[in-house]
Design a protein around this ligand. Structure first.
Ligand code: CUA
Length: 345
């Protein structure tokens, strides 16, 4: 009886210690969405069950090893037991009950996380090797319907965002740890578009991380997420929808950011997946076939619309998307070239 009491107390102490360690010490990333609160609640329940069962098993094993060990001078084995119907019934019924209950709260949590808000704003997310593009539908002050593209995902706080996920090549996965929810992104067109609903609840800067191995640049498939106040979001969107009325080179920088060029091309001389743009214009470039060309206006233009035509030595073909002449207008392409030219010398 005294053994039962001691083991009971030790199990309670170990459960509390382990449970608090798992739930209170920030093992999970910060919570930044409504869905994260719901999901973490479910996580914490599981953490407490894990703490209890680990404590129960470990305390009994360690206690038995120490207290019931064969002491000096003792001979023979312990008492053998065979069968115990009451115990067997208990340890069958109790786990079945726990598992069924967990299935119920799991289902409730899932339906909670997927709850649809008719007021949700829609963002089309385009994933490709190895960048992200986010597209918003906007109606301008003049009543014109237009699309805004960005390489940063800007979301208003406390409003549900419905992300429609498109892949332009292979399977990717949309994941922001602070939002908790995650969704695979499938290629194959409209039929395979998947949806994800997120209600951010904390202003801040986060990172979308591709969570599906998608090729050699998978590790670099990151994008910034900004959660801002509703008013700030609206003014950002209005500003983006306006025509670019800066100089050609400045507009070029804007398109380079918007269309994800800078994910692979640095502006500071470091080599990424593609060559740097710094000091590129007007200089000699060695190609994989051993020949050398000068990076003039035409070379840059061709490199954007037909990237496989001339591959720079040390770099891989088929890495750069080959549909920029469809994505971008002629003016936008010329402005990007003007921007690269401004970085020459
Ligand atoms: Cu996209 Cu990994």
């Amino acid at each position: 009886m005294i053994h039962l009491l001691i083991v009971g107390v030790l199990v309670v102490v170990a459960t509390l210690g382990l449970g608090l360690l798992l739930t209170q010490t920030g093992i999970l990333p910060a919570q930044a969405s409504q869905q994260a609160i719901t999901i973490d609640w479910l996580f914490d329940i599981h953490f407490w069950f894990i703490a209890f069962f680990v404590a129960l098993i470990c305390v009994i094993i360690v206690y038995s090893l120490i207290v019931f060990r064969r002491k000096q001078g003792e001979k023979g084995d312990g008492v053998y037991m065979h069968g115990n119907q009451r115990l067997e019934i208990i340890w069958t019924i109790v786990p079945i009950g726990i598992v069924l209950w967990m299935a119920v709260i799991g289902g409730q949590t899932l339906s909670d996380v997927e709850r649809r808000d008719p007021q949700a704003i829609t963002v089309d997310v385009f994933a490709s090797q190895w960048s992200w593009r986010f597209q918003y539908e906007v109606t301008t002050a003049e009543g014109v319907q237009t699309a805004v593209a960005s390489d940063v995902l800007v979301l208003p706080r406390n409003q549900q965002a419905l992300l429609r996920l498109h892949s332009q090549d292979v399977i990717h996965s949309f994941y922001v740890p602070e939002f908790r929810v995650k969704q695979d992104i499938l290629p194959g067109g409209e039929k395979y578009v998947r949806e994800l609903r997120i209600t951010p609840n904390t202003n801040g800067t986060y990172t979308v991380q591709c969570a599906e191995i998608c090729g050699q640049g998978h590790y670099s498939m990151l994008a910034e997420v900004q959660v801002v106040d509703g008013a700030e979001f609206t003014s950002w969107l209005t500003e983006q929808a306006a025509d670019c009325n800066l100089s050609d080179a400045e507009c070029g920088l804007r398109w380079a950011e918007t269309f994800g060029c800078l994910g692979c091309h640095s502006l500071d001389g470091t080599a990424k997946i593609g060559p740097t743009w710094l000091g590129l214009f007007g200089h000699a470039v060695e190609l994989t076939d051993g020949s050398t060309v000068t990076a003039d206006h035409n070379y840059l233009l061709t490199s954007i619309v037909d990237p496989n035509a001339q591959i720079v030595a040390g770099y891989q073909p088929n890495v750069m998307p080959q549909n920029f002449d469809e994505l971008l207008s002629e003016e936008q392409i010329n402005q990007i070239v003007a921007f690269i030219e401004s970085l020459g010398n």
